[in-house]
Design a binder for this molecule. Structure first.
Ligand code: GLN
Ligand code: ZN
Length: 757
């Protein structure tokens, strides 16, 4: 038997910061509403950190992360450490409270007043977590302050923990920032700031420093590679020991580069993509620690520890004490504790592991590697093996149906469809909305009461019908051309559909942070997916029965359902998406049979499903587009298919968006003043398009003139026959008052412009 070495360390790259019961979310909201004091808010953060460390330590994690916590976002924390504050907030930065400054940057407002435009927020790689985009300028004016981090290091120390500070590395920070011009030009200034951070950590005798450089998963060009060498070559580390971490993708392609940097260790994600661990070990300097991220940090499946043991045993012996084990990435993307799930089917529960359980998995694995005794991990892994052969996971009839599909896209081309859709008798520049209308307190109360069984199904249906009736009446009054039912019955655009699908289940407490105080509870896809029953037709038929105007049916697309769920890992994402697409296409067909003439299939998440590596984009886009097309395949030419997307970064995937071939595409553009449309100057969008004319994220009511101007801008790029008029996104977070005012102005603008055409 190989020599067992005691030095193997278990660590994590970060732990969920929302708390077991979303304590952070509630504290944030209460603080923003002025219902708790700053002191109480900060205490909640400290409590969560203390609890997180305790959970991890009790599970057997030896080196605990510090600095993974954030009041709002860890990228924003990095900006604050460096003192990189956008100019419009800078005047507040000396005088005012640091915490309020933090929230102003993140949200554009804070309890103490001031309303400025918030910094942009964008998706963290291919996750559903959003970070606050640092805004860089030519003169960075860096003022380092890592007091909060130092205090947390102290906090951990006082609790007797061995800790490892976590810091987003300079290259990734720069790469993820917004700057007009050559970002690398700013590197020297930035490095001066990082040097001060290093110096301060040195004075605090930090020891190990986890430095996150997730952009190493991307294909970096020669300039960025050179910048890595230069940056890490220049930074004086003192007695800090750098553990460079990367995640969400393999870094095999950058091993030469990484091996040339002055580091003490590297963490690799062994889960996201197949990666050659042996090659990594061979290429890295012999004295480095190699941290193997073998437990999936982004998903909720229990690990097959016996399979991992087989894989790691020989490597572990060979590494002779230089192996650390960890989850693949920060556990931020995972819910906290499975134990709370008291309503889950016990069999499904036996297949799952949340953040706390994943820490325990590492411990079990380490024990087996240290002792060679595999009894415990074999017992632990039995349910994983059971899942793979479970009857719940496979639906043979569905697989046969998918195998024999013939109609995978619509039969007629757009030009023919456009002609046939004249039967809808819509005016030029038709007005519509994106689907949801204000989710009032009353609507939420009704849904909650129904869930708690305080309302019978009949009572609930009646109450929702009343809401729909009200919503239709208001839209008629406003004068919109294509109406919607308003989505009062939907808590969430993915969870609503998940509840109707076999092979998918919901959890009670499986919350994950999306941004700031916003958390999402992704459904769990554990088996083949089929539709239990029609999901939307009753609501839609009812809505259509109330009006002569067309009511647009509202579905969530297959790629978005996939991206916003925890997806089984025993089938490719493509296969899972295809199953969802078929379920959506069944629903499309039912809606059509129920007399619905316009159907919107939302795909807001299509962009975020993109793999980290550019070289894999096309393959993903090919199947993502195919799934969308399958979802609409059975719509005859006279039925109009809409799709909607938000988050303005899709200039680089225009071809795929065109390939979706929706009859009408509504997109978010107003925040960027229609610059999105510039892309279409070079490449005309061939079908109908509705660039959002006002930002629904703000309660401000746009005036008619402003909307008219935007529409005129749009008309420079899109001919009037193909231009639609609509807001940027759904209105569910808005109140009725501003919604009515804004839509009325929008309709007026469209009517005035129509008269001029
Ligand atoms: N139809 C959805 C709504 O209006 C679309 C939401 C979204 O784009 N995220 O709420
Ligand atoms: Zn949207």
């Amino acid at each position: 038997m190989a020599k067992r070495n005691e030095q193997m360390k278990l660590h994590t790259l970060g732990f969920p910061r929302i708390g077991t019961r979303r304590e952070l979310k509630f504290a944030l909201e209460q603080y923003w509403q002025g219902r708790i004091s700053k002191q109480e808010f900060l205490q909640t953060g400290a409590d969560i950190r203390r609890q997180n460390w305790a959970i991890q330590q009790q599970a057997g994690i030896e080196l605990l992360p510090v600095g993974d916590f954030a009041n709002y976002d860890h990228v924003l924390n990095t900006s604050l450490y460096l003192g990189i504050i956008p100019q419009r907030f800078a005047r507040d930065s000396d005088s005012s409270d640091k915490l309020d400054l933090e929230f102003r940057i993140a949200r554009g407002r804070a309890p103490t007043g001031c309303a400025c435009a918030a910094s942009d927020m964008t998706k963290w790689f291919n996750t559903n977590y959003h970070y606050i985009v640092p805004e860089l300028s030519q003169q960075l004016d860096i003022r380092v302050d890592i007091q909060p981090l130092l205090e947390q290091i102290e906090e951990a120390k006082n609790l007797g923990h061995e800790s490892k500070p976590v810091l987003l590395g300079p290259l990734s920070y720069l790469y993820l920032s917004a700057f007009e011009g050559d970002k690398l030009q700013l590197l020297p200034q930035l490095l001066a700031g990082y040097q001060q951070i290093f110096d301060k950590l040195n004075s605090a005798r930090a020891g190990w420093l986890q430095i996150d450089e997730p952009i190493l998963g991307l294909e970096l060009d020669a300039d960025w590679q050179k910048a890595f060498r230069q940056a890490y070559g220049e930074l004086r580390q003192g007695s800090l020991k750098l553990l460079l971490t990367s995640y969400f993708a393999s870094i095999d392609h950058h091993l030469d580069l990484i091996a040339s940097l002055p580091l003490h260790g590297v963490h690799i994600d062994c889960v996201a993509e197949p990666t050659d661990i042996q090659l990594t070990i061979d290429m890295l300097p012999r004295h480095w620690v190699v941290s193997l991220g073998v437990i999936d940090g982004r998903n909720i499946w229990k690990s097959d520890l016996s399979a991992l043991y087989q894989k790691l045993e020989p490597l572990y012996a060979q590494l002779n004490g230089r192996t650390w084990l960890a989850p693949s990435c920060s556990l931020l993307h995972c819910p906290v504790d499975l134990e709370q799930e008291d309503k889950l089917d016990p069999q499904i529960k036996s297949w799952l592991a949340f953040a706390s359980q994943k820490c325990q998995e590492l411990s079990l694995l380490k024990q087996a590697l240290l002792t060679g005794d595999t009894a415990a991990i074999e017992q632990y892994s039995a349910p994983v093996k059971a899942r793979l052969v479970s009857a719940q996971a496979v639906n043979t009839a569905l697989r046969e149906r998918i195998g024999s599909l013939t109609q995978v896209q619509r039969a007629e081309p757009y030009a023919v469809r456009k002609q046939k859709q004249q039967s809808l008798a819509l005016p030029q520049l038709p007005t519509t909305t994106i689907g949801s209308f204000p989710q009032t307190a009353e609507i939420r109360r009704l849904r909650a009461a129904y869930k708690r069984k305080e309302l019978s199904s009949e009572e609930y249906i009646q109450a929702m019908q009343q809401q729909i009736e009200d919503c239709i009446a208001r839209q008629e009054e406003i004068g919109l051309d294509v109406l919607v039912h308003g989505e009062p019955e939907r808590n969430d655009m993915v969870e609503y559909f998940a509840d109707f699908l076999d092979g998918v289940t919901s959890t009670r407490y499986g919350w994950v942070q999306s941004y700031g105080s916003r958390c999402v509870k992704p459904p769990v896809i554990y088996g083949d997916i089929t539709r239990k029953q029609a999901m939307t037709t009753d609501w839609l038929s009812y809505a259509q029965s109330l009006t002569d105007k067309p009511v647009k049916g509202m579905l969530t697309g297959p790629v978005t359902i996939l991206c916003w769920s925890f997806v089984r890992d025993d089938l490719s994402r493509e296969q899972v998406a295809r199953q969802i697409a078929l379920a959506v296409s069944d629903e499309t067909e039912d809606l059509i049979n129920a007399g619905i003439k316009i159907i919107q299939i939302d795909e807001p998440a299509i962009r975020e499903g993109m793999p980290v590596k550019h070289s894999q984009w096309q393959q993903y886009l090919d199947w993502a587009v195919a799934c969308f097309r399958l979802a609409c395949a059975r719509a005859p030419a006279d039925v109009q298919i809409h799709s909607h997307m938000c988050y303005s970064e899709f200039n680089d995937i225009l071809d795929a968006i065109i390939a979706l071939d929706a009859d009408v595409l509504t997109v978010e553009t107003s925040r960027s003043n229609m610059v999105l449309l510039d892309a279409f100057k070079h490449k005309a969008y061939p079908n109908d398009i509705g660039p959002g004319v006002y930002d629904i994220h703000s309660p401000n009511v746009p005036d008619t003139g402003w909307i008219t101007d935007l529409l005129k801008k749009a008309l420079e790029v899109v001919p009037a026959e193909r231009l639609w008029v609509n807001p940027d996104c759904g209105l569910k977070t808005r109140g009725w008052q501003e919604t009515r005012a804004a839509l009325t102005n929008m309709v007026t603008a469209a009517q005035q412009l129509r008269a001029e055409l």
